[in-house]
Design a protein around this ligand. Sequence first.
Ligand SMILES: *Cc1c(COP(=O)(O)O)cnc(C)c1O
Length: 231
Amino acid sequence: MVRENLCEVESKIEAACGRSGRERNTVKLIAVSKTKPVSMLREAYDAGCRDFGENKVQELVDKYGQLPEDIRWHMIGHLQRNKVKYIVDKVYLIHSVDSLRLAEEISREALKKGVTVSVLVEVNVSGEESKFGVSASEAVSLVEEIAKLPNIIVKGLMTIAPYVDDPEKNRLYFANLKQIYVDIIQKNIDNVCMEELSMGMTGDYEVAIEEGATYIRVGTGIFGERQYTTV
Ligand SMILES: *Cc1c(COP(=O)(O)O)cnc(C)c1O
């Protein structure tokens, strides 16, 4: 099932690239595997996936230990400062940096372990109260502050758009994120290398690609619906 789903996602990515005049290799697919068993990640791996996204530290660390080393692990969920130490040397990219205090902790732990950690700044472009992320106006100054810290590098921006039935409703939010990204590039901040726009999930990744996403994060569209069990 995973392989078939991946084929379908792949053809939609290609179509969206075609519509927007983009090369297929400018869009990277992250298989969001939260709550899913290692066996399913292995299926995706065997079908060619090398980028996986998790939103919980413990789950990421567990899966990291059970799967091949050439996987690029993406931390896409809200990150607590006291858990940073468990993942700085395991993640390829942290998508969810939304405060200077979190960035400082990442910098400190990265320095201790002798690694440099790539991060994205999470922006709440829709202004929904339930969402993490800084406002559009705070994003620029947060990027400037993080740029001064050692062993951490800002690679771009991330957003989680509202859950909607019509993906067109999110087009404006994706375009907004792209605009903030362009504004930051024009500031030419030292130690900031704006390359990535992480936006678009199962319901709206095609629109996100049309608006410039370089990373799309697809869970349900690859692994099927998630079942959350209450403990
Ligand atoms: C769960 C999650 C996704 C994937 O959601 P789907 O709708 O299942 O594709 C993407 N991004 C983040 C931050 C998530 O938490």
